[in-house]
Design a protein around this ligand. Structure first.
Ligand code: DCM
Ligand code: DCM
Ligand code: DCM
Ligand code: ZN
Ligand code: ZN
Length: 262
């Protein structure tokens, strides 16, 4: 996601934190964040250049056209190093944060919180679990209405920005509010399933990655070829899926932090 997608997910997550998790997050956030989690949720994108090892942790490449994900097969970087992908990163920063409250952890838990909050967002972007040969849609050129764009960026940013402009007076909080309304109404009976996770793990990134590649095939790649013009038909039919993925990202980030700091 771009800046707005990550901010939306963290704005959904923060009010869902338990007392214990809110207190831990408050202690770990840098003073410059002013206790606002959403202000640090794009930090991981800004440090790709000073921490070059972190660039591979934002996504997973899956086999072309298979529309499936497997940890052992797919979670590796371009050099084939196992665990270096977004699901591996979520597991790693989760285990670092579990050392919170112990005596003198050897990790920088401020950075761990900022990475986890970002990667829990990215794993819900369908094209962050896209095909290998097109780099998650980055090499597919399209037009977003009249502008030249690539398909990955359409899903990172353009669908969200167009929704904000058209429906929410260019106001991110209006969009957040609408998603929160959906969470308490249309999706109320699904939220517990979103939060559910096997054997008491704080989160289940393999499940979220599988959902993402399925959504990539069903919605993002579907009907798109090189130089497709994507306009109202595409925007209006894909926006509900973007809403859902942002909602799930926010709900699951909060659930993970609540379990980590319980
Ligand atoms: N931060 C950190 N370690 C770094 C860089 C940043 O812990 N090497 C934290 C403290 C910063 C916060 O991330 O206040 C946001 O970073 P920035 O101000 O670079 O966006
Ligand atoms: N892991 C996972 N799902 C799998 C395999 C491993 O969530 N199918 C987790 C276990 C570790 C992390 O990923 O916490 C890194 O795994 P590895 O040690 O295999 O690199
Ligand atoms: N990306 C991806 N899959 C890839 C390569 C990149 O999902 N195989 C993502 C990471 C960024 C965006 O695409 O969100 C642009 O990546 P970059 O800046 O590395 O070109
Ligand atoms: Zn992206
Ligand atoms: Zn990212």
């Amino acid at each position: 996601w771009g800046e707005d997608g990550h901010a939306i997910i963290c704005k959904i997550a923060q009010p869902r934190l338990s007392k214990a998790a809110a207190e831990a997050v408050g202690n770990l956030l840098p003073p410059s964040a002013g206790n606002d989690l959403s202000s640090v949720c794009s930090w991981a994108d800004h440090v790709k250049f000073i921490f070059p090892w972190s660039a591979a942790l934002h996504f997973i490449d899956t086999p072309d056209s298979l529309c499936s994900y497997q940890y052992n097969r797919d979670c590796k970087d371009e050099n084939g190093v196992q665990g270096r992908c977004v699901t591996g990163a979520i597991n790693n920063y989760t285990s670092q944060l579990l050392s919170y409250g112990g005596d003198k952890t050897r990790y920088n838990l401020t950075q761990a919180l900022q990475f986890l909050s970002h990667f829990m967002g990215d794993i819900h972007q369908p094209l962050h679990v896209g095909f290998t040969s097109d780099k998650g849609g980055n090499t597919i050129n399209v037009h977003w209405y009249t502008r030249k764009q690539n398909l990955h960026h359409v899903w990172d940013a353009n669908i969200i920005e167009t929704a904000e402009e058209r429906f929410y007076d260019s106001n991110i909080d209006g969009f957040v509010n609408a998603i929160q309304q959906n969470i308490t109404k249309e999706w109320a009976d699904q939220v517990q399933q979103w939060e559910a996770c096997s054997s008491d793990k704080p989160s289940c990134p393999d499940i979220y990655a599988t959902e993402s590649i399925k959504a990539a095939c069903q919605y993002a790649y579907k009907g798109v070829t090189e130089n497709s013009v994507l306009g109202d038909d595409y925007f209006l039919s894909r926006l509900p899926e973007v809403n859902l993925r942002l909602a799930q990202g926010g709900v699951r980030l909060a659930a993970a932090l609540n379990r980590i700091f319980s």
